[in-house]
Write a protein that binds this ligand. Structure first.
Ligand SMILES: Cc1cc2nc3c(=O)[nH]c(=O)nc-3n(C[C@H](O)[C@H](O)[C@H](O)COP(=O)(O)OP(=O)(O)OC[C@H]3O[C@@H](n4cnc5c(N)ncnc54)[C@H](O)[C@@H]3O)c2cc1C
Length: 562
């Protein structure tokens, strides 16, 4: 079978009679008959079930916010609808209607679908693969998802593109200055001051939206039940938080993951991770995060993005659980245990005019979006660590000249040998040692046009042409929201492993406050690597179980006391 046929077969498999019988056991309701042409689900519908076709067929189409529509496929007997949105009851990105002969189909809602992919091993694999490949197909194809209308390279446009792409939502950008862009702006009666626009898949138009508005329009963020007490609330959906979610949910704990931005954390900003076990050809941080996200959904973890935790509400010492998290949205979340997986944020070096160009010439990561924007241009990349090295290797082939600016005398002390060798083989990389970038020049109209370097030995400054700057100068822990509730070290990282556990109980990942755990980059002494963060995410679950068991035993003893 040709590769493309094989992929299409995996995307739209036909279940045999035994597999259909097995799938029927997971139905969430009785079979339903649809008349010819009847709409079974539409773009934007939340909680649309997967439909398993028992008779007739379903015509499935994709449609973007502007109403451009294209057929995806016709699902016949033994086939089923849906993509990863259906695992969590999120808004549908496709539409389906019964074909000319009508259709009889069996609904499988989100909870039953998750039970199927976990409980029916072989069938679960077929279904899960199909759901993921269909989402990938929507991202790669046109006529689906949101349409952004704005100026390419504008900070807000780039921010929205990054937000949608990093969270795995299909999107296209229409240049507001193109014929199509002008026609849309005129038709919608939009003023220049209202740009950028986001036209959601359901046709709703947002003017200059922030990520919270964009997420709400896409139906990304689940309703949070204020009465619910989760077994575990995880703050941060980077590698550490996602790993903890997968292991905790797969072991039957009720899990809520909150992230203020996107899945993948810092790793999501990595163009290619080459040292993560099991990926000999490397994997992009986004692809790795996407896989982990789907895995967490499959096991029933609830992921709420973008929601920022404003503060941890410190319970009194005697009042151990549940712990509470106050969100900037005003909501409050309660949980028996909290996992602090809030990682680190990029450090801002002291560069004149830096804030003026953030998101509009200055970036703290490199993705294909940024690479496209600086194709054929002069760029500077500041930093001498491994993440800087990876970014250089990814970016240099796409730009005119890449100026690599480091404070030290060379790269040897801070970068892995394989990256140094690869950089040495790139003809358009100019290494500036013992150098700092001290100022950026330009204005809102022209954008970033230049900068000034300073030699650290002589203090001499000299100007340079620059259209883009990438900063890879380390990160500080995201611990401001902890409000002094747990002990931190001198650098602001969360300390773990205090005394006080019962016999045979490890607390290596427990903070100074029982029931609160810290993992990944935010933890004092952690190894700042994806694999280490993932390992801690797996390990913390055993300690959570032990804590919950000890709490339950204490509660029982209190109840038994006359
Ligand atoms: C560009 C780059 C390339 C890298 N390449 C590699 C590599 O090749 N190999 C490797 O092993 N490591 C690499 N690293 C390091 C690796 O990415 C980190 O060690 C890893 O991401 C740490 O994971 P984490 O989950 O602990 O934290 P993070 O990845 O920092 O994730 C923390 C998450 O918490 C969220 N958050 C923070 N505060 C709040 C709050 N108050 N409310 C809600 N959410 C919050 C953030 O939005 C973020 O998503 C790279 C890092 C960068 C920046």
């Amino acid at each position: 079978m040709a590769l493309a046929d094989d992929r299409r077969h995996q995307m739209f498999p036909v279940l045999d009679a035994a597999q259909v019988a097995s799938a029927c056991r997971f139905a969430s309701g009785p079979p339903r008959r649809f008349a010819a042409g009847e709409v079974m689900f539409d773009v934007g519908d939340c909680d649309a079930p997967v439909w398993l076709v028992l008779d007739g067929a379903i015509d499935v189409t994709r449609r973007d916010g502007l109403g451009h529509e294209k057929p995806i496929t016709r699902q016949g007997i033994g086939q089923f609808t849906g993509e990863v949105s259906q695992l969590a009851g999120r808004a549908s990105l496709a539409a389906g209607h019964a074909s000319a002969d009508g259709c009889t189909a069996l609904p499988i809602d989100a909870a039953h679908l998750r039970a199927l992919v976990v409980g029916a091993a072989e069938l679960g694999e077929i279904v899960m693969r199909a759901l993921i490949l269909r989402r990938v197909g929507l991202i790669e194809g046109d006529a689906s998802g949101s349409v952004l209308v704005g100026t390419p390279g504008d900070a807000q446009v780039t921010g929205l593109q990054g937000f949608l792409t990093r969270n795995g939502y299909p999107n296209t950008l229409v240049d507001a200055d193109s014929d199509e862009g002008r026609e849309i702006v005129e038709r919608l009666g939009i003023l220049a001051a209202d740009l950028p626009l986001m036209v959601c898949p359901n046709g709703a138009v947002l003017k200059r939206p922030g990520t919270a508005e964009a997420a709400a329009c896409l139906g990304m963020t689940p309703e949070l039940d204020p009465e619910a007490v989760h077994d575990v609330a995880i703050v941060g959906a980077g590698p550490a938080g996602l790993a903890a979610a997968v292991y905790a949910a797969s072991e039957g704990l009720s899990v809520l993951v909150l992230d203020q931005r996107a899945i993948g954390g810092q790793a999501g900003a990595s163009a290619r991770i080459e040292n993560y076990l099991g990926f000999p050809t490397g994997i992009s941080g986004q692809a790795l995060a996407g896989r982990a996200y789907n895995q967490a959904l499959k096991f029933g973890a609830e992921l709420a993005i973008p929601l920022e935790v404003e503060r941890l509400v410190c319970a009194g010492d005697g009042d151990r659980a549940p712990h509470a998290l106050q969100l900037t949205s005003g909501q409050r979340v309660r949980a028996r245990t909290v996992v602090i997986a809030s990682g680190a944020r990029y450090r801002r070096p002291d560069i004149e005019n830096l804030r003026l160009f953030e998101g509009a010439g200055v970036s703290y990561w490199v993705s294909p979006i940024e690479a496209r924007l600086c194709a054929g241009e002069e760029v500077a990349l500041v930093g001498g660590g491994n993440s800087a090295g990876q970014a250089v290797v990814f970016l240099a082939p796409k730009v005119k000249t890449l100026h690599l600016v480091v404070r030290g005398a060379g790269l040897e002390a801070s970068m892995s040998r394989y990256l140094i060798d690869r950089i040495a083989a790139l003809p358009n990389v100019v290494l500036h040692t013992r150098t700092e970038l001290v100022a950026l020049e330009g204005d809102v109209e022209r954008g970033l046009v230049g900068g000034r370097y300073r030699n650290r030995d002589t203090g001499e400054e000299h100007p340079c042409d620059l259209r883009h700057v990438f900063l890879f100068v380390g990160a500080d822990p995201n611990t401001g929201w902890l409000q002094d509730c747990v002990a931190l070290d001198g650098g602001g990282f969360v300390t773990t492993g205090a005394d006080g556990a019962g016999p045979g109980r490890s607390t290596s990942l427990e903070t100074s406050r029982p029931g609160l755990f810290a993992i990944g980059d935010v933890r004092a002494g952690s190894v700042k690597r994806v694999a280490a963060a993932v390992g801690e995410g797996a390990a913390v679950v055993a300690q959570i179980h032990a804590h919950l068991a000890a709490d339950a035993a204490t509660a029982q003893a209190v109840e038994a006391t006359p």
